[in-house]
Design a protein around this ligand. Structure first.
Ligand code: DMJ
Length: 597
C-alpha cells in the first residue's frame, strides 16, 4: 500500500476575522477596500432589525446554530439543551444504579473465578481455569494488587478482606528473576499506593510499596538517568532487554512519575521523586525539533533514536503523564504544562488526520524509512492502535486544565471558559472518542487491537464493498485472523467515555459504555463461570475466545465502566489523578519543589 507523506499533510488555517474587525470588501474591479467606520444613529437603526431577525431565525432553527457552533468550535454535542452547570459535577450526575450493579456483578464473578482457581498467581486463564506467573521465581501479586482498589471502590468488603490478607501473608517481591520496570510500577506499585490512599493510610500497603520501590530504584542508576527496562527484584539489579539492548521506550521511562512522586510525598523520602523527575529533565532536553517523541531512546545517552512516532504502543502514556504530572501537584509545576502543551501542538501539527468517508478524526503514525542513499524520510501511516483511544478523554481533560481560562470550568465547559487551544483540544478529543466508537462497528460490537484508515492512494476503491473509513489489515475470510483483529479486554475507549461523561454529563457517553459492556458480556464471557476472555476476531460472531483474562480487565476496564455509571461524587476528577493502570492517586500540594525548569 502506498501512503501519503507527512510533509504534504500539514494544514493551513484560513485567516479569521475577529468580532468587530472589518472585513475587506472585494470591488467589482478586483481591488480590495475597507469600509469607513460609522457610528451614526441611522446605522444602528438599520442593524437593529437585522440582528433581531437573525436572533429570531436562530431561535426558530436551533439546529443551524448548533451546526455553526460545531463547525467552528466543536461544542454542539454538549449544547443541545443539557444543563450548563456552575455547581460541582456530582450535584447532578447521579448513579445509574442498575447498570452500575450489572458491572459489579461481572467484576465479582470474574474475581471469584480467579480467586477460586488461581489466587495469588500473576495471570489468569479463564478457559482452562488456571493461573500462571510471569517468571519461574514466583508471583509478585500482579493480579491481586492490581485489583485491590477496584474491590475497595466497588464496596466488595469480603473479597477485599481476603485480598488484603493475601497481601499481608503471601506477597513477596524477593523473586530472583527479571520483571518489566514499567509494568511492575504501573500495576503493582500503583496498585499498592492506590490501596494505601483509599484505605486512609493502611500501613501494610505503604510498607510493601516502599519494599518494591527500593528494589526497583537501581534501574535509574544509568549514565543518563533513564531507567533500565527490566529489574531483577531479588538482586536489585537493572538490565537491558534482550530484544532491544541499549534502548528503552518513551512510554516506559515517562510513565513511572506519578507513582514515585506520590511515594516521596507520603514517605518524606525525596529519592524516589528525584529519580523519576530526572527522567523528565532528560526527556525535555532531548526534545526533537518538531516536538514529537520517537518511541525509542538510547538509555546511556538519553537521546531519541530514529524510530516510529505514534500515540499507540510505546508512545501513549508519555503524553498522558505529562498532563497528569501537572494535575497531580495541583497545577503547581509549570514545566509539565509547557511540555504537555508543546507535545499536543506537535500532535495536531503532524499526526491528526481526517478519514476519507465520514471525515472522522484519527491519529496516524510517522514511520522512518531509509532510501538507497541512507537518507531518512518519514512515511505517514494511517494506523491507529486501540491504545490510542485513551487520548480522546485525555485531551478533553487537558482542555479543562491547561486550556481553561479560569480556575475551574462548567460541566460541560462553556466556550468562553476555554482558551483557543483548549477549544481545539476539546474538539479533537470528543471527535476522537467518536472515531473510537466507530471502530466498535464490528460483528461483535468490540473494537480491534489496531485499525488502518483509508487513504486515497490505498487502491481499495476498486474493491467491491471497500470500507469508507477504516479496516483491519490482513483480515481475510477463511484465514486465521491477524493479531490486529483481537479484542483483549482493553480499557482505553471506556476510559475516555468515563472522562467525557464526567466533563460533559452527556448521556451519549453512558449509552456507548453500556453497549460495550453488553458486547463484552455477550462475547467474552466464558461458559461455566471461568471469567472473561480475549477474543481473537472482533468481526466473527460467535466469537472465538483465547485463554487469557488480562489484569487490566479488572483494574481498568470494569473500574472505568463502574465509575461511568456511578455518582460523579465517587473519585472526583478534581481531587484524583488516575495512573495509567486506572489506580486513583490524590492530587496534592507538593512538599518538594520541582528540580528543573
Ligand atoms: C494498561 O496496562 C495501561 O493502560 C498501559 O498504559 C497501556 N495499556 C494497558 C491496557 O490496555
Amino acid at each position: 500500500m502506498t501512503e501519503s507523506r507527512a510533509g504534504r499533510k500539514l494544514k493551513k488555517t484560513p485567516p479569521k476575522f475577529a468580532v468587530g474587525e472589518q472585513k475587506p470588501n472585494k470591488k467589482e474591479n478586483g481591488s480590495t477596500t475597507i469600509d469607513a467606520p460609522s457610528s451614526s444613529f441611522s446605522t444602528t437603526l438599520i442593524w437593529l432589525p437585522v440582528l433581531l431577525a437573525v436572533g429570531v431565525y436562530f431561535y426558530l432553527n436551533p439546529a443551524i446554530l448548533i451546526q455553526i457552533l460545531d463547525e467552528y468550535i466543536g461544542f454542539s454535542e454538549h449544547y443541545d439543551g443539557a444543563p450548563v452547570a456552575l455547581q460541582p459535577a456530582h450535584a447532578y450526575l447521579s448513579a445509574d444504579v442498575a447498570k452500575r450493579d450489572a458491572v459489579v456483578k461481572t467484576f465479582r464473578d470474574s474475581w471469584l473465578a480467579y480467586e477460586r482457581n488461581a489466587m495469588g498467581d500473576d495471570e489468569y486463564h479463564p478457559i482452562s481455569q488456571q493461573g500462571s506467573n510471569l517468571t519461574k521465581a514466583g508471583g509478585i501479586g500482579y493480579m491481586v494488587v492490581d485489583v485491590l482498589d477496584s474491590l475497595q471502590i466497588m464496596g466488595l468488603q469480603n473479597e477485599y478482606s481476603r485480598a488484603r490478607k493475601w497481601v499481608e501473608k503471601d506477597l513477596s517481591f524477593d523473586r530472583d528473576d527479571e520483571f518489566s520496570t514499567f509494568e511492575t510500577t504501573i500495576r503493582v506499585l500503583g496498585g499498592l499506593l492506590s490501596a494505601y490512599h483509599l484505605s486512609d493510610g493502611d500501613a501494610l500497603y505503604l510498607e510493601k510499596a516502599v519494599d518494591l520501590a527500593d528494589r526497583i530504584m537501581p534501574v535509574f542508576d544509568t549514565p543518563s538517568g533513564l531507567p533500565l527496562p527490566v529489574i531483577n527484584l531479588a538482586r536489585r539489579r537493572g538490565h537491558h532487554t534482550k530484544d532491544f539492548p541499549g534502548l528503552t521506550s518513551i512510554a516506559e521511562v515517562a510513565t513511572l512519575q506519578l507513582e514515585f512522586r506520590y511515594l516521596s510525598q507520603v514517605t518524606g523520602n525525596d529519592d524516589y521523586w528525584r529519580a523519576a523527575e530526572r527522567v523528565m529533565d532528560v526527556v525535555k532536553k532531548a526534545r526533537l525539533p518538531h516536538g514529537l517523541a520517537s518511541i525509542f531512546m538510547n538509555i546511556d545517552e538519553g537521546q531519541y533514536i530514529t524510530s516510529a512516532i505514534r500515540l499507540g504502543a510505546r508512545g501513549d502514556s508519555y503524553y498522558e503523564y505529562l498532563l497528569k504530572q501537572y494535575i497531580q501537584t495541583n497545577g503547581s509545576e509549570q514545566v509539565y504544562r509547557d511540555m504537555y502543551d508543546d507535545s499536543i501542538d506537535a500532535v495536531h501539527n503532524y499526526l491528526i488526520q481526517k478519514s476519507m468517508g465520514h471525515k472522522m478524526i484519527y491519529t496516524s503514525e510517522l514511520v522512518p524509512e531509509k532510501d538507497a542513499n541512507d537518507e531518512i524520510s518519514w512515511r505517514l501511516t494511517p494506523r491507529q492502535d486501540h491504545l490510542v483511544c485513551f487520548f480522546g478523554g485525555s485531551l478533553m481533560l487537558g482542555a479543562t486544565r491547561t486550556g481553561s481560562l479560569s480556575q475551574s470550568v462548567s460541566v460541560p465547559p462553556r466556550p468562553d471558559e476555554l482558551s483557543e487551544k483548549g477549544k481545539r483540544d476539546w474538539k479533537t478529543g470528543s471527535e476522537l472518542i467518536n472515531t473510537c466508537m466507530h471502530t466498535h462497528d464490528t460483528a461483535t460490537g468490540l473494537s480491534p487491537e489496531t485499525v488502518y484508515f483509508r487513504v486515497a492512494s490505498d487502491g481499495m476503491d476498486a474493491l467491491p464493498n471497500a470500507p469508507p473509513d477504516w479496516y483491519i489489515k490482513g483480515a481475510a475470510v477463511g484465514e486465521f485472523p491477524p493479531y490486529d483483529a483481537r479484542y483483549m479486554l482493553r480499557p482505553e475507549t471506556v476510559e475516555s467515555l468515563f472522562i467525557a461523561w464526567r466533563l460533559t454529563g452527556d448521556q451519549l457517553y453512558r449509552d456507548h459504555g453500556w453497549k460495550i459492556f453488553q458486547s463484552i458480556e455477550k462475547h467474552c464471557k466464558v461458559e461455566g463461570g471461568g471469567g472473561y476472555a480475549t477474543i481473537i476476531n472482533v468481526d466473527e460472531n460467535p466469537a472465538r475466545q483465547e485463554d487469557k483474562m488480562e489484569t487490566f480487565f479488572l483494574s481498568e476496564t470494569l473500574k472505568y465502566l463502574y465509575l461511568l455509571f456511578d455518582d460523579a461524587g465517587t473519585l472526583s476528577l478534581d481531587k484524583h489523578v488516575f495512573n495509567t493502570e486506572a489506580h486513583p492517586l490524590p492530587v496534592f500540594d507538593p512538599s518538594i519543589r520541582t528540580g528543573f525548569a
